[in-house]
Design a protein around this ligand. Structure first.
Ligand code: EPU
Length: 341
């Protein structure tokens, strides 16, 4: 099952990052290296004194300027079952695996738990950092732990579920430990046939699946269909999926907003209310808005796109324009979900 690639490490200088970010913007990284083994990673870090950036699928980052440092492209591969019972499997996945390929591997093996997370771009190692989520499921629902290397000490450290502080598009790796660890693998628990806990709560999924007893594959196929129909394909039009987080506001503030905008969609929990940022932007008639090659997608207002030659700075300028307009009209400050570099 292990499929570790052994590679010859190649350092590149003055490297164009265009092909390693799904926005497809261009900038230069002083140094670049692609790494396929944790031991190589430790050796590179040992001999490096430049600032570093870690890149996986490049699907959640906007480069706005050249980087005077070393970009490390993580490409360690491998999926292995480390424990199995009649109900469950515990799987370890190396961080350089493509997330969607891993989801498809799980579906093809009849395992459940990842089907709603089909077609999320990026690599496995980035998944815990922002606790990826879609259609009512998030990584936290299947997550057990992750292995990391601490950049300063080069020590390997395992973070268990509670240590990661997984929250809505958030974790310890975006907060108190930001930039301090490199995730090398993750461990997840998946269900076996007869023990799946499938989530078909989202109306869009329900309407595709109908009333039959769905399998993880049915749900995965439905999610793929939905995503392909409303989110632009980064291979055709540069983008990073949702650019902003959905804001979470207090119930009292929501009441005021609702009195002005009766139709405002919302996901209400016990203490607060989450509002779709896409609706806030769309309601300002900004869908399809474009400044040069930087734009807001025509089909989904939360997705910023690069129509060809937009720079990271131009996309950031557009993002800031959206933040200003949304703040002015609704009094809500949008926070980017994408990392700005
Ligand atoms: N909406 C609009 N206009 C639009 C698009 C959406 O008004 O152009 C409104 C609709 O009312 C819709 C609501 O916004 O019902 C929510 O839209 P959608 O279901 O597309 O979900 P989202 O809140 O925009 C979140 C995640 C997505 C994930 C979907 C599905 C965030 C920031 N984004 O998007 O994740 O796929 O839910 O669960 O939480 C990503 O992170 O890159 C991503 C795509």
């Amino acid at each position: 099952m292990f499929d570790y690639l052994t590679i010859i490490m190649v350092f590149k200088e003055n490297f164009s990052i265009k092909r390693i970010n799904t926005f497809g913007v261009d900038a230069k990284s002083n140094r670049y290296i692609k790494i396929s083994k944790t031991s190589d990673l430790i050796n590179v870090l040992k001999s490096n004194d430049l600032p570093i950036r870690i890149v996986g699928g490049g699907s959640n980052v906007l480069w706005t300027k050249d980087f005077n440092g070393l970009t490390i492209h993580i490409a360690n591969k491998g999926i292995s079952i480390i424990k199995e019972t009649s109900k469950k499997v515990v799987v370890e996945v190396q961080s350089g695996e493509n997330w969607h390929d891993f989801v498809i591997w799980s579906i093809n093996n009849g395992y459940g738990g990842l089907e709603n997370l089909s077609l999320i771009p990026g690599y496995v190692g980035a998944a815990p950092i922002q606790n990826i989520g879609a259609y009512g499921v998030e990584l936290a629902d299947v997550f057990i732990s992750c292995s990391t290397i601490e950049i300063n000490t080069l020590k390997q450290k395992q973070f268990n579920y509670s240590e990661c502080n997984l929250d809505y598009r958030d974790s310890i790796f975006k907060n108190e430990n930001k930039g301090e660890y490199i995730i090398t693998s993750i461990i997840l628990v998946l269900t076996k046939n007869g023990f799946h806990k499938l989530n078909t709560d989202y109306d869009e999924i329900k309407s595709i699946i109908g009333k039959e007893m769905p399998t993880p594959k049915n749900i995965s196929d439905a999610v793929i269909k939905i995503r392909l129909s409303k989110l632009p394909n980064p291979e055709k039009v540069g983008n990073c999926g949702s650019f902003f987080k959905n804001p979470i506001i207090s119930k009292s503030f929501f009441k005021k907003l609702k009195s002005r905008y009766h139709e405002i969609p919302n996901y209400t929990s016990k203490n607060d209310v989450k509002i779709p940022a896409a609706w806030l932007i769309d309601n300002l008639n900004l869908k399809g808005y474009r400044v040069g090659d930087a734009g807001i997608d025509e089909n989904h207002a939360l997705v910023l796109v690069n129509y060809g030659n937009a720079s990271g700075k131009e996309i950031l300028k557009l993002a800031n324009e959206i933040i200003t307009k949304v703040k002015f009209v609704y009094g809500i400050k949008l926070i980017p979900e994408v990392n700005i570099w």
